[in-house]
Design a protein. Sequence first.
Length: 149
Amino acid sequence: MIKTTQDSYTIMTEMILSSHVNGSGRLFGGQLMSWMDIAGAICAKRHSHNEVVTACVNQLEFFHPAMPNDVVVITAKCLHVGTTSMKVKVSVHIEPFGLPSCEKILTCSAFFIYVAQDKEGNKCKVPRLIAANEEDRLEMEQADSDKKF
């Protein structure tokens, strides 16, 4: 079976509440990482049609703070597959409270590696991956060239 990058593309939206902030009044990084892992896992499950476990997180970078009442938009895209693993790029944009809703600010990104598992918890093969468009092809090439995975 072959799947495209768009077959498992995932969008998850959250709103920052007071229970999500740290002592500085900004979104707690651990909360954001949890949301990112959930979005990435959904993407990997959609691609593999199996349960997945998080094996690695790499290049987690925070670019901009997020504040209470900001809307957080998390996207996840599968960019590379191995025999049993999937490399998923997770990007986070915020729509700041009080600004026009069309303005989105990149606030965080990371690469997550997930491993597909069958019902008994054994690794299982995942479908091959092809790009849905030219932009995806370029992102896949960049992800393939990253020797850290």
